[in-house]
Write a protein that binds this ligand. Structure first.
Ligand code: NAD
Ligand code: MG
Ligand code: MG
Ligand code: MG
Ligand code: MG
Ligand code: MG
Length: 339
């Protein structure tokens, strides 16, 4: 466990007195900016005019154009949507970076897949929280943090690693643990994890379970509670204490069913397909498809998104959650259909 670093292992001085530009004020951006400020750092927010600008100003930040934020700062954290980073980088960030500055990312996608090629005279690092931005903020406020990976792509000042660590500490990640990685490892594991397990894997598992029950004639409400609502309660137990803790809490009947039926759902064939997904990530095949999809204004993304929102589990879920107001979180902006 010696590789995981905590607050006591990190020097804050290297980042103190440096101005930090947080570019973007969405899920990650608002969390980084607020946490860094409360950790005592000097933050300016770089944005185009719009909803995020209003929110950042309401939170008391000085908001300027991306170009101005970069010009004013020594450290630039790029928290724009991955698919827009290259254009904004070329137009507003690159021309305003100075030798010896640092440019940073929360995901290695654009650097690793050569969409952004940073100049040779700046430090390049990543600090990638392993959790959604809203939790990066909420846990910080609670005195805790979300763990993060950090990595150095380019070190011209000799301080890039220390800068990355101080930054990770500033957003609260070192309270939970900070682990060194490379841009390659972060990018490939992040893409694989969200596709095969966390997002793609889980939504497909939930839908398949719901469809199996409703197609067999069971009530959609019952299927919703069983396959979606209860997922959170099970995941909380996993988060708190791993598989053993979850299995301790469920009935032995459920645990026996877990042992005999789990491997029938996720078997060697599933794993072989996971390997294919990983290969597509590693070869850049996935990245290429996503980059081209954006260049074409997202025809497939939008079509699939519209269809998914009409799935019966979404309809019954909306009705049931209306009656459970305590469950409902404010829907965090998004509007991802329009680029
Ligand atoms: P987001 O979509 O929530 O927010 C993007 C922000 O960029 C918004 O404030 C938006 O107004 C702003 N923006 C968009 N276009 C702009 C432009 N042209 N000029 C200036 N500002 C513009 O993005 P996000 O989900 O926070 O993702 C940011 C980065 O963090 C990505 O690299 C992502 O992979 C990474 N990341 C995200 C999460 C997460 O929880 N969402 C987790 C880990 C890493
Ligand atoms: Mg997002
Ligand atoms: Mg991730
Ligand atoms: Mg990701
Ligand atoms: Mg049950
Ligand atoms: Mg038990």
């Amino acid at each position: 466990m010696s590789k995981v670093l905590y607050e006591k292992d990190i020097q804050k001085e290297v980042l103190q007195g440096k101005k930090i530009a947080v570019v973007g004020y969405g899920s990650q951006g608002h969390a980084h900016a607020l946490n860094l400020r409360e950790s005592g750092y000097d933050v300016v927010v770089g944005l185009r005019p719009g909803k995020s600008q209003q929110k950042a100003e309401e939170d008391g930040f000085q908001v300027v154009s991306v170009a101005d934020a970069v010009s004013q700062s020594e450290v630039v954290m790029v928290l724009l949507p991955d698919e827009l980073q290259t254009a904004v980088y070329n137009e507003s960030i690159k021309p305003n970076l100075q030798a010896g500055n640092a440019i940073a990312f929360a995901h290695g996608f654009n650097v690793h897949f050569s969409q952004i090629v940073p100049p040779e005279d700046v430090d390049v690092f990543l600090v990638a929280p392993k959790g959604p931005g809203h939790l990066v903020r909420r846990t910080y406020e609670e005195g805790a943090g979300v763990p993060a990976l950090y990595g150095v792509y380019q070190d011209v000042t000799g301080q890039a690693r220390e800068l990355a660590l101080a930054y990770a500490q500033g957003i609260g990640a070192a309270r939970a643990g900070v682990l060194e990685t490379s841009f390659q490892e972060e990018t490939e594991t992040d893409l694989f994890g969200e596709q095969a397990v966390l997002c793609g894997g889980v939504t497909s598992l939930i839908k398949a379970g719901f469809e199996t029950l409703t197609e067999a004639g069971y009530q959609p409400e019952v299927a919703y509670f069983e396959c979606l609502h209860e997922m959170k309660l099970i995941v909380d137990l996993l988060y708190e204490g791993g598989l053993e803790n979850m299995r301790y809490s469920i009935s032995d009947t459920a645990q026996w069913g877990d042992f005999v039926s789990g491997p029938r759902v996720i078997d060697e064939n599933t794993k072989a397909r996971m390997k294919d997904i990983l290969t597509d990530v590693q070869t850049g095949q996935f990245a290429k498809g996503w980059i081209l999809e954006n260049q074409a204004n997202r025809p497939q993304f939008n079509a699939i998104n519209a269809k998914e929102n009409q799935h019966p589990i979404e309809k019954v879920g909306r009705e049931l959650r209306e009656l459970m107001p305590f469950v409902k979180q404010p829907l965090q902006n998004k509007n991802k259909q329009q680029k």
